[in-house]
Design a protein around this ligand. Sequence first.
Ligand code: SAM
Length: 348
Amino acid sequence: MNEAIRLINKLNTDRSLTQDEYAKLIELRSPESTSYITEKAVAARKSVYGNKVFIRGLIEISNICKNDCYYCGIRKSNKNCDRYRLTADEIIECCIEGYSLGFRTFVLQGGEDSHFSDDILCDIIRRIKLNCHGCAVTLSLGERNEESYRNLFEAGADRYLLRHETATESHYQKLHPDSMSFKKRFECLETLKKIGYQVGCGFMVGSPFQTVYDIARDLKFIEEFSPDMCGIGPFIPHKDTDFKDYPSGSAELTCYLLSIIRLIKPNILLPATTALGTVNSDGRENGILSGANVIMPNLSPKSVRKKYMLYDNKLSDGDESAQNLENLKNKMQKIGYEIVTDRGDISK
Ligand code: SAM
């Protein structure tokens, strides 16, 4: 039997491969292995979630960041970035609008902006919960200390997304300045899990200096950490960063990895990301058809959407916009999927 097919069958039975086997599975990617793993991933996802696709309203609360990640358009040293910060009232208004559109999860994402103290965030979380009955709140606000994560959880936050970015320390150091610590990133993930959040990790596909072995290590980490959510999307260069001349990551490889991750953990919440939709006009649909089951339309105020430019040409209107949900619903229906009004928690 073809080696890639053997590895896919093994992964589908054991939900586990060795790191070398993950690397081999990536290296042996072919039209045949892709269509085989896609079929298995779709079956695994369907057995848990049927044809449901969960939506999250993404609110980009601030592009002010104290960090200087080399790949990111809102890094602190980008002097061309037009900075903004939403007020608590603006954030609540976005949620109320989203609730009326059918969203039952709101993701508050932003740079590491010290304005957002625990008190301010706890107040925002409580107000969202009060105004949007039965909704879930996901935070994606980077690294904070244990006490802070605990305060936010006690105020009602349900989930936390913190991409690990890469599970290889030497690679992490090539993507981040010395002020950022690989060890701390992983400690944060462990802390979030211990507190009781539904936790998401993830990484960019095709980030500068990434090797097949780095991706294999990411997959092994995902298998062992067993996150509730996993955000992966292609790296896309931003013109005002050191990585401006590096090529974008591959949409096809991203979809293949979505299928692998679905087979590692059939009940994982797996978004077809904005970055995937940005590198390929069919990216979102292809992500869903590869095993993803979450889409995160943009619910930020229209006036700031173009300012949260993590990478060049980042989509924020058209199907990406929460206000165009009907279009997205039609597109999903055409490929056999249904967007549902639901918190979309992980199925245990
Ligand atoms: N500050 C928070 C954090 O660090 O987790 C959340 C915001 S951060 C901008 C969200 C994610 O955007 C990062 O985890 C990174 O993977 C992704 N990102 C940043 N720059 C990118 C780029 N050039 N291409 C693709 N994804 C990028």
